[in-house]
Design a protein around this ligand. Structure first.
Ligand SMILES: Cc1cc2nc3c(=O)[nH]c(=O)nc-3n(C[C@H](O)[C@H](O)[C@H](O)COP(=O)(O)OP(=O)(O)OC[C@H]3O[C@@H](n4cnc5c(N)ncnc54)[C@H](O)[C@@H]3O)c2cc1C
Ligand code: SF4
Length: 511
């Protein structure tokens, strides 16, 4: 513990009682600083519901710290002397308090880490300590060690090491059920007769209501609807969401993980991502709760393994990759995509029903599930050659769980293949048949998913073949794309021409 008083900084996504910056904090001498900042709300103009979630969770967390006896300097958005910038606020409080020690858990985003490191370098008069964020289950050094010397950084192998290391779903040195990955038992379409339970909701309390009023007033021009806010804003509420997920949704999580349904983005997903990323829930708590449900016979292995792979595998893997590859990663544009983001990503006004549904869900809830993000919104961005910078900015601001460390690899790598295959072994490109198989969207669409070209054909169909043809030079040597390229070669010149014409007309209208 620093021997003299210290200032402990808590960022908006560090709302964990066990955060490393507070570990040795002394309530009698130390001061905790938390700030609501315009710069953070606006560096991309975040969805209004996301802002309410973060600010309300921060205010609740500050109250809990005060209840534990800590002195908290909480700078509110509307405080007259709020400069809007974290390092300026920090300097102001340090000067007033006379504190020489400062402790911070490393920020999740590269941009912020740089800001603090620059400040540290410019202020040698302070003893400024930046600590590792050990809420993650794999440190930067451990990930770098795993990645070193590997030609390909495939998530599957990383995930197996994490299972071994934490002894999760293991039978000795082997995976339970003798397979590491049970996805072939998952990914089922959801029959109309299946009715998923409603998501866990919380009525806004006084704190949340006052944040809603403030966000409505201050960030009125930001994307997204504010009405019907029902997210958890405390660790206790996040625990309730976890408990409801384990008992009501986990058993069918695997089966319907990839399914999509008109007017319902919640389905059998956990809805925990935003809470884990904020710090209201530790990832290991979610993993252990799911593992325990399997051992108690409450959920089958395909569901439990599928869920644990997302949290222990994907989540840690994307974070590791982000820090390994930044800052160059975000500037990669392997497929040289430059088309501007169409307006319907904001207003949902499009005849493509799948896209309309996914944008509407996103706008209403600051949420869409993984397959909506990947196979509808992302697939379209890939096939239409949308500019990675604009697509990344969109994903970063629209989702309540979005922070650059997790958003960027998912969008830049998994969706847009802008990193040339560092993350994904092939682009996740698909025509309308996939969306039709996994959803009821096509039934309500003005386009015909069975038609391959022409004004009534599903645009995903001709955009898919147009994409394959355009990027043949880069992609056709990829063994995982061989089947698609054989199909393309078998198409007649007339079919190819029809696809080209349909794609050209559609893309011209798009811009
Ligand atoms: C284009 C795109 C953008 C995405 N952007 C984000 C983002 O900004 N923030 C974010 O947290 N997730 C992001 N994801 C991953 C995933 O879609 C969300 O974590 C998930 O939809 C959150 O909803 P849920 O909690 O109901 O997740 P569930 O489907 O219930 O999954 C359980 C948990 O696994 C973790 N998880 C699952 N998939 C991933 C993944 N690919 N990367 C990291 N963690 C994962 C999350 O913690 C999630 O809560 C993105 C995926 C894609 C394809
Ligand atoms: S027909 Fe095509 S555009 Fe319409 S919902 Fe289906 S996949 Fe989407």
């Amino acid at each position: 513990m620093p021997s003299s008083p210290s200032l402990r900084l808590i960022l908006g996504d560090q709302l964990s009682a066990a955060i490393s910056s507070l570990r040795d904090a002394n309530p009698a001498t130390d001061l905790i600083l938390m700030c609501e900042l315009r710069a953070e709300a606006c560096y991309v103009p975040h969805h209004k519901k996301k802002l309410v979630l973060v600010f309300s969770a921060m205010r609740h967390f500050a109250k809990q710290l005060q209840a534990r006896g800590f002195k908290v300097k909480y700078v509110r958005l509307d405080d007259a002397d709020n400069s809007g910038c974290f390092t300026t606020e920090m300097e102001r409080i340090l000067t007033h308090s006379g504190c020489r020690n400062c402790v911070l858990t490393e920020p999740g985003e590269y941009r912020l880490r740089q800001q603090f490191e620059h400040w540290q370098a410019a202020h040698p008069e302070y003893n400024f300590e930046i600590r590792e964020d050990d809420r993650f289950l794999c440190s930067h050094a451990e990930f770098a060690r795993w990645a070193k010397g590997r030609k390909q950084l495939r998530m599957e192998y990383f995930y197996r090491e994490m299972r071994r290391r934490y002894d999760i779903l293991m039978a000795g040195s082997k995976p339970l059920g003798d397979q590491w990955n049970l996805d072939r038992n998952n990914r089922k379409p959801m029959p109309a007769s299946v009715q998923p339970p409603a998501p866990t909701r919380f009525e806004p309390d006084t704190i949340t209501r006052s944040v809603i009023t403030q966000v409505a007033k201050t960030f009125d021009d930001h994307f997204g609807d504010l009405d019907d806010f029902h997210f958890a804003v405390t660790a206790e509420q996040a625990q309730q969401v976890l408990a409801a997920f384990i008992s009501e949704r986990l058993p069918l999580f695997g089966d319907y993980q990839d399914a999509m349904r008109q007017d319902d983005p919640w389905l059998y997903h956990s809805h925990l991502g935003a809470y884990i990323n904020l710090g209201l829930l530790h990832p290991m708590e979610a993993i252990k709760a799911a593992e325990q449900a399997y051992h108690q016979g409450l959920a089958p292995l395909n569901a439990v393994e599928g869920f644990i792979r997302q949290v222990l595998g994907w989540r840690e893997y994307v974070r590791g990759l982000y820090w390994l590859k930044m800052p160059d990663y975000r500037n990669l544009n392997q497929l040289q995509a430059t088309r501007p983001l169409p307006r319907f990503y904001w207003d949902a006004e499009t005849d493509l029903n799948c896209l309309r549904q996914c944008v509407q869900d996103t706008k209403a809830h600051a949420y869409a599930h993984h397959i909506q993000r990947l196979m509808v919104l992302g697939n379209f961005a890939l096939l239409a050659g949308l500019d990675p910078e604009q697509v990344n900015e969109w994903y970063l601001l629209v989702y309540a769980d979005a922070y650059e460390w997790v958003e960027l690899p998912n969008v830049h790598g998994m969706v847009l293949f802008a990193d040339g295959g560092i993350m994904a072994s092939k682009p996740y490109a698909a025509g309308g048949a996939y969306i039709n198989r996994m959803s009821d969207y096509c039934k309500h669409c003005r386009y015909d998913v069975k038609l391959k070209s022409g004004p009534d054909a599903c645009p995903f169909n001709y955009l898919y073949w147009n994409f394959m043809a355009e990027h043949a030079e880069q992609l056709q040597q990829n063994p995982r794309m061989a089947l698609a390229y054989r199909h393309l070669e078998r198409m007649s010149a007339e079919q190819r021409q029809q696809v080209d014409d349909s794609a050209r007309i559609f893309l011209e209208q798009l811009t």
